[in-house]
Design a protein around this ligand. Sequence first.
Ligand SMILES: [Zn+2]
Length: 181
Amino acid sequence: MPLRVCIDAGHGGEDPGTVNGKRYEKDDTLRLALQLGKILKANGVDVVYTRTEDIYSSPINKANIGNRLNADYFISIHRNTAIFKKTSGVKTLVYNKKGMKYKIAKDINDSIAAIGFINRGVKSRKCTTVLYHTNMPALLIKIGFITNDSDNILLESKYNEIVEAVAKSFLEVQGLQYNSL
Ligand SMILES: [Zn+2]
């Protein structure tokens, strides 16, 4: 049976996430999620999504989608946000720093940082719904600060490289082969 991964594009519909000018977090997360899914599918992964369009679904519902579909992993995509516009970098959240999810999270975070983002590391979060309500290993990647213009420029200029880094880390940490599109 192929590995099944539930990819969650953060926010959506009436919940835009953080907004910076014309930039909506919900749009960034959907675009990243769909591209990640495309790459993972090309690598033989069975990809399911919590949303593929601009609709709202609560975090509990999103976690339940992953649970109902018996996903092996749950990967949630977000951007980060800060009051100070200078704050920047990549951070990944896991429920605790144990097991394969932590190894994958660390590798993904380091590989995105290697592209040029400040490395804010992997942090454990007990109260993030999609991390504690999911039955499978789950990670939440915050790909740069939407409130930081340099992070947004970096995201656009290295877009494919960033999404490929996530897919490559996810597969290779598990000993699976990664082929670029
Ligand atoms: Zn978010």
